[in-house]
Design a binder for this molecule. Sequence first.
Ligand code: SAM
Length: 341
Amino acid sequence: MSGHTRTLTDTLDRPLRDLRISVTDRCNFRCTYCMPRAVFGAGHRFLGNDQLLNFEEIERLARVFASYGVRKIRLTGGEPLVRRELETLVEKLALLPGIEDISLTTNGSLLTRDKAKALRRAGLRRITISLDALDDATFMAINDVDFPVSRVLQAIENAADAGLSPVKINMVVKRGGNEHSILPMARFFHGTGHVLRFIEYMDVGNSNGWRHAEVLPAADVAARINAELPIEPIDANYAGEVARRWRYLDGGGELGIITSVTQPFCRSCTRSRLSAQGMLYTCLFATRGHDFRSLLREGASDEQLARHIESIWGRRADRYSELRSAHALPMPKVEMSYIGG
Ligand code: SAM
């Protein structure tokens, strides 16, 4: 594979810049809006080990993606830390030419001090930890495995102590669910240097029974915070950043609000997603993926992999969230735990 970067844009002139890699479809939580027990219970068949891409396969694909201008990699799942020795994968990816940024989205349950340090040593720079409430009653009702808030807070501390920076905290807001946690979460992370991000509840997958009425618009979230802790919008860090950035006027730091439903950002979406079994998706809401595992296991050359990426991205026209805003779209979609959040 030659060292230079090839330029690749889709039909809406969007370059390929980010690769999100789901390393497993398994999770140790059963969040009601993501992997509800009724669907992902004892009867659910998760992927077997040989169905998952191995680290060498992931590394090889990532290298080809990097040759097309991918600069950022995010590891996700499922719960990525249930995949053993994830730091070994991080280490491989961190060494790839062109990759400038590697991050990880996790529920924090397995992020011990040692794990955080090992990930940092391997080349992980930053981390996003999901936490949807600050009180155990609400949080446990969501995660559905009785996991206490205190252990996620410990994970956040472990991450910061290991030098992962910034630590971002993702809170999915569901109207009538955890909206009462917005202010407690804002107060708690205000002044800590961690970046709290509120995410509009999205209609990913088919199993969460999403209803538009359960979306609390980003503008409402901002207004509620502003009423107690005044905030002002600030510029995006870079084109295509998904979170609208805000800062506290009193110097208490920054927060983000991800407006996937009320103000979609498809126009600037540069993300591709690789599922745990090697299917490539060009949209979180995609209905079909492209099988790279078969290509890899049938002995495709780097050049063949490259041409496949080129033809897929070259035809990409996805803008699901924009279309959804215009009309509700009852389409079968891939589960988030499978494609990676
Ligand atoms: N298990 C890891 C975690 O908890 O962060 C990584 C995977 S999880 C699918 C990634 C993120 O997607 C989490 O922050 C989760 O809350 C969020 N998420 C899942 N379903 C969502 C939905 N319907 N709308 C918005 N965010 C969602």
